[in-house]
Design a protein around this ligand. Sequence first.
Ligand code: DP6
Length: 326
Amino acid sequence: MKITARAPANIALIKYWGKKDAALRLPLSGSVSMNLDKVYTITTVEFSPLFKEDQVGIGGEKLGEKESQRVVKHLDRVRKMAGVDHKARVETKNNFPKGTGIASSASGFAALTLAATKSAGLDLTERELSILARLGSGSACRSIPDGFVEWVEGNSHQTSYGRSLYPPGHWGLVDVVAVVTKEEKKVSSTRGHSQADTSPFLAPRIRGMAAKIKRVKEALVAKDFTSLGEAIEAEALNMHAVMMTSVPPILYWLPKTIEIMLAVQRWRQEGLESYFTLDAGATVHVIAQEKDHLVLEKKLSKIEETKRVIASPPGLGARIVKDHLF
Ligand code: DP6
């Protein structure tokens, strides 16, 4: 059966950096994220006895060898669970241009997990889908449930998954994403995770994670924007400090990244309250309240050489959609 799914990217408010089990993608700590309604992947999957090999395309072109292997590995997991051995055709499309520095592995593996399992005849629960998506890419487990999501750290395959804390409508926040380069990052997050433990700052970071998650969850309940903002900005800097001090060091920032981070802090002093956060890349995510996002979008667009600004409210998780890509 041909099935198509759509899944959002997510921005981590409290981040996942470092794994305690690389094969199972079990994280060293829990994390909390917000799905991005306006940044998503659509994927169509069809298993058929007529296909001689797996075919994986993106935006109408053949996916690169390494990325394709990762997708096929995920299809193998689905085949094993469903007890089928048919080959599949997979076509995928991001609604954001490739290479803009917005992570696509979370939305990509979440959409693939939902479409492939349904297409293979499985009917998994949200938790089962999240667990399976995690094996494709850790952060993908947070793109399955709706809205604001917590990845429960867990200590085994079955106990590590994303669960919704609140639906998208809980709080009118906006993530104003400022894309500063069209080049792909040089160090993949998978490689970055694998060397996190070479940083002398990893251990103190991990010790502080439970308290940070608690603070962010409290800010989400109370809709306390200042508390949330201060926590997430500090958290992003903390994770990047680990990246920069690992061996070899990873520096994801570009001059524009720093310019925008400083501008956000300056605007805040002038009364426009917003806070930045960054995942593994140069792209800056500016978290704002609904009432301020248009002003912020304008200001960010005016920063010279900013490639693109995309504003996104919180979004639903992975969903089946009707229109197929082939
Ligand atoms: C910095 O989920 O991309 O965005 O599991 O190796 O695919 P893999 O890593 P990935 O790591 C994301 C790291 C991060 C923080 C986060 O999203 O929590």
